[in-house]
Design a protein around this ligand. Structure first.
Ligand code: HEM
Length: 406
């Protein structure tokens, strides 16, 4: 087993600059063992990619160990004694592997393709215009709360079939559930997360019954037809809806904030984007590379794996640091430079392999529409205070981003 590693991802220093820690990790001869989570931390781009695309590296141990071992693993990771969480979060599409994962993924894949999202672009435009019309000029405001936060709930809600007025409630439930994924798990956070899953479940059951009676042109109505045909099994429809609402919510809020922050810190890039809006697609890819909002995931090894000549046995749990891989200098020249023209830009902000983010096109579409509209509506956007990053390992985003627009 490689040498243990010591760092504190809940510290202010890590929040201010996790990339210094990631660089130290990448400099080691082998991925290091992190006792706090009993994981081997993988930080180099090649290693992260190798683990993420290997089918023997799984998200769930369900089919790979005894019930007793699984119970022990669940207890160790803090997810025991959460009956609703176990049914609707711990066993969703993201936490299945192999053929079962493939079946669930294929059922909803079409909705996330460019074709499936076609009708949504106009809706995003309309909503963003309404949102920006309400922004006062010349006054300082927190653009995370006023611009970034309302958008994803409304848009994912529209895609799925959730009424717009319920978007703030969806945000709260998503945040309460996602917050229990990070490493600082407390009993209070656990109780809040379990209650949020239960309330979210009750809400989705009512919505499902409504759509059952009166189907509409939305994803939940299509999923109900699939369930009637026997394609979704017990609990899977609700678990999939929850995953879609959760996975893209906080992550979109965070990357809008960090993306705008990166631009505000790079005034030349801001000016170039104003002069040449065709740069937006590469600029947005760079926002995802530079500050990926979901920088850390895990995989369990069901077979031995060799990384740079070091053998890790079956049973090893790997921490995949997508955030570190995105700053690997062997793949990205001058990795710490925010470069809105970076090409190629094969970042791993959306993961790699079987679990590659289903919502990646939707996330980029939201960003493109929002940023273009923001720059069109306001001639000048400036920082109105220092911005502080939230603490944690699993998510990366700003607490607030005070700006002024003119
Ligand atoms: C905004 C930025 C987003 C980022 C950075 C992001 C990142 C990721 C990553 C890294 C994974 C793979 C996890 C792993 O390797 O274990 C993932 C999976 C997933 N994401 Fe996203 N995501 C984003 C937005 C969205 C949106 C908007 C949606 C849907 C509305 C979404 C839905 C999903 C789903 C369903 C999965 C599971 C895919 C599977 O297991 O096959 N994501 N996401």
């Amino acid at each position: 087993m490689p040498t243990p590693l010591h760092f504190d991802p809940t510290s202010a220093a890590f929040a201010a600059n996790p990339y210094a820690v990631y660089e130290r990790l990448q400099d080691q001869d082998a991925p290091l063992y992190w006792p706090d989570l009993d994981m081997v931390m993988v930080s180099r781009y090649a290693d992260v990619s190798q683990i993420a695309v290997n089918p023997a590296m799984v998200r769930s141990l369900k089919d790979h160990c005894s019930d007793v071992d699984l119970e022990e693993e669940t207890r160790k990771s803090g997810f025991a004694d959460m009956p609703y969480h176990a049914r609707f979060v711990q066993s969703n599409l993201l936490d299945t592997d192999g053929p079962e994962h493939g079946r669930l993924r294929r059922l909803i894949f079409g909705a996330f393709t460019a074709r499936g999202l076609k009708g949504l672009e106009g809706d995003i435009h309309d909503y963003v215009e309404r949102l920006l019309d309400g922004i006062p000029k010349g006054e300082s405001f927190d653009c995370i709360e006023e611009i970034a936060a309302p958008l994803p709930g409304v848009i994912i809600g529209r895609f799925l079939g959730v009424p717009e007025e319920d978007a703030p409630q969806l945000r709260l439930w998503s945040e309460q559930i996602v917050s229990y994924y990070d490493i600082d798990k407390t009993p209070t956070k656990k109780a809040i997360a379990e209650t949020a899953v239960k309330d979210f479940h009750d809400y989705l059951i009512l919505l499902k019954n409504e759509r059952h009676r009166a189907p509409q042109d939305d994803m939940i109505s299509r999923m109900i037809s699939q369930e009637t045909e026997g394609l979704f099994h017990k609990d899977e429809l609700i678990a999939t809806c929850m995953l879609i609402l959760m996975a893209g919510h906080g992550s979109t809020i965070d990357v809008i904030g960090t993306g705008l922050h990166s631009l505000l810190k790079h005034p030349v890039a801001m000016r170039e984007l104003r002069d040449d809006p065709s740069l937006w697609p590469t600029a947005i890819e760079e926002m995802f590379r530079y500050e990926p909002p979901l920088p850390f995931f895990h995989r369990h090894a069901t077979d031995a794996v060799t990384l740079r000549g070091h053998v890790f046995p079956a049973g090893t749990t790997f921490g995949l640091l997508y955030g570190a891989a995105n700053r690997d200098g062997t793949v990205f020249p001058e990795p710490d430079r925010f470069d809105i023209r970076r090409t190629p830009n094969r970042h791993v902000a959306f993961g790699r392999g079987a679990h590659l983010c289903l919502g990646n096109q939707l996330a980029k579409l939201n960003m493109r529409v929002l940023f273009r509209a923001l720059f069109k509506q306001f001639e000048k956007i400036e920082l109105a205070g220092d911005a502080e990053f939230k603490r944690g390992l699993s998510t990366r985003g700003l607490k607030a981003l005070d700006i002024k627009v003119f």
